[in-house]
Ligand binder design. Sequence first.
Ligand SMILES: N[C@@H](CCC(=O)N[C@@H](CS)C(=O)NCC(=O)O)C(=O)O
Length: 208
Amino acid sequence: MAIIVHHLNNSRSQRVLWLLEELGEPYDVRRYERDRRTMRAPEALRAIHPLGRSPVVEVDGHRLIETGAIMDYLVARAGGRFGPPGDAKGAILYRQFLHYAEGSMMPPLLALLVVGKLGLLGRPARPTVQRMLDDHLDWLEGELATRPYFAGDAFTAADMMMSFPLEASRSRGGLDEGRPHIIRWLKDMHARPAYQAALKTGGHYAYA
Ligand SMILES: N[C@@H](CCC(=O)N[C@@H](CS)C(=O)NCC(=O)O)C(=O)O
């Protein structure tokens, strides 16, 4: 049975479509549209999983949430393609960035979003949250100055995981050409044929 991806437009689940395109794995996309006013997922997604969030993937008789876990599962299922590199340092970096993307990088981006929505009320908090994000961006710029991809010389699922927080940073977190190594990396990611193919199956994606 083909893998089913429950995909919300403009969301983290774009990365799952991208990985499946890289793997050449057949999949069906069930698309959900955000509410234009609240930007929340539609109620229909709660029928798939009680959290009503995306991605949700149906694979091998399981229903799986959490992007990092989904990527990890799909990579293992594909015999480790796009998984941890063979060298010890690369394998550590792979694990680190696979989890860091959602665990550490997304929270300040989410905080920035909330602060932005608060308008004038949120304004006093903005510099503090921006500084938190800048710490991440400065560190990542230094990391990508030393190697082409997050886990070393090879493109891996860790790069795919890192795409969403860095795309969101470019869109609303002040990431620009002043951090040339991250921008170079983003351009490389967007140039991949599988990334482009995933944009076609996923529908509108504001961050590409
Ligand atoms: N850490 C989770 C986050 C899941 C999540 O919050 N997904 C967002 C999409 S970017 C969502 O479905 N939001 C819809 C909503 O909050 O209503 C993951 O990576 O899967």
